[in-house]
Design a protein around this ligand. Structure first.
Ligand code: PSU
Ligand code: MN
Length: 309
């Protein structure tokens, strides 16, 4: 059995040297409720296509790593209820045992690099959780950004995380955190976290050149592109802060730990905002898919041009 299979659309795109954007599947299985998860997954794929690139949603189905899902597979995954959430630690076990799992940012990056896909768009990355000084809850996504050469477009880190600590860890790991088109680090549902991003870029071409430069320097690891949610869709941080505090306190009271923490908090915030957090989430993922496609196109344009030495 091949280590991974491509959907027909992705196979044709890679053969033709077209721009491809990787998409994760944990957001479908653990990040959004049915049927909005399927609608969003389809809209995100369509947004990538409309921007001129090809989407590759990644997941493990019955032991097989899929780079690109057919619409039937996408719908099956969106309806499934007992799908594992796979990160670097559990991906190989799932595949070896013939299991089915959705890929997080970390696992999607691993799969994308394997398949030669350089850009990946998602909603938010995992990071350092509040209270990490006692819980040690730091997402494997951060180490993956340090290890795997994929540029990840996200709407910053989720405001359920400790953002200053997340930035510190990314700096320690040597991960460039690049705010797109503004100075402030965006905070997922909000455009401004109140923190300045370490780096800023204003065009997909700049981001593509920096991505290439890392490879020429033989630096492992990718880039985190922090793309602010569109203004019309944002929920200001002041409005969300008490809700996030409530959700975090609930998680602690219920003794939620490990990989259950992020899905629990997202669900709780969805309930406490009366569904408004989901609307914002959908808008920011679509926005990231479009930027991811532009970066992937800029990278293919660079490939075509001779690299100056
Ligand atoms: N963004 C969302 N919803 C999600 C996630 C991101 O809007 O469910 C997922 C991503 O797959 C990310 C994961 O990699 O949450 C982080 O989980 P953890 O904190 O357990 O590492
Ligand atoms: Mn965690």
């Amino acid at each position: 059995m091949m280590l991974y299979t491509h959907s027909p659309e992705v196979a044709a795109a890679l053969d033709a040297g077209r721009a491809v954007v990787a998409l994760e599947s944990t957001i479908i299985t653990h990040g959004m409720p049915w049927p909005r998860n399927l609608e969003t997954a389809r809209q995100v794929e369509q947004a990538v296509r409309e921007a001129g690139a090809v989407p590759a949603t990644i997941a493990v189905l019955e032991g097989q790593l899929h780079i690109g899902l057919t619409d039937t597979e996408l719908e099956w995954l969106a309806r499934a209820t007992h799908v594992a959430k796979l990160s670097r630690a559990d991906m190989a076990v799932c595949m070896a045992e013939g299991g089915t799992g959705a890929t997080t940012v970390a696992a999607t990056m691993i799969a994308a690099e394997l398949a030669g896909i350089e850009v990946f768009a998602t909603g938010g990355i995992g990071g350092v959780h509040k209270g990490a000084e006692t819980s040690f809850d730091i997402s494997a996504d951060l180490q993956e950004l340090a290890a795997t050469r994929v540029s990840v477009v996200a709407a910053g880190a989720k405001a359920i995380l400790d953002l200053p600590k997340t930035l510190e860890v990314l700096e320690t790991l040597g991960v460039p955190v690049i705010a797109y088109g503004q100075d402030a680090l965006p905070a997922f549902w909000s455009r401004d976290s109140g923190l300045k991003a370490p780096l800023r870029m204003d065009s997909p071409e700049q981001i593509a050149r920096a991505h290439r430069m890392r490879a020429r320097l033989d630096l492992p690891g990718g880039q985190l592109i922090a793309n602010p949610i569109p203004q019309a869709a944002e929920i200001p941080l002041a409005e969300l802060a008490p809700i996030i505090a409530q959700a975090t306190a609930d998680a602690e009271a219920l003794g939620i730990t490990g990989k259950a923490v992020t899905p629990f908090l997202l669900q709780r915030i969805f309930d406490l905002t009366g569904g408004a957090s989901l609307e914002a989430n959908v808008a920011l993922v679509l926005n990231n898919a479009r930027l991811g496609a532009s970066i992937a196109l800029a990278l293919t344009a660079l490939k075509a041009a001779p690299v100056p030495s």
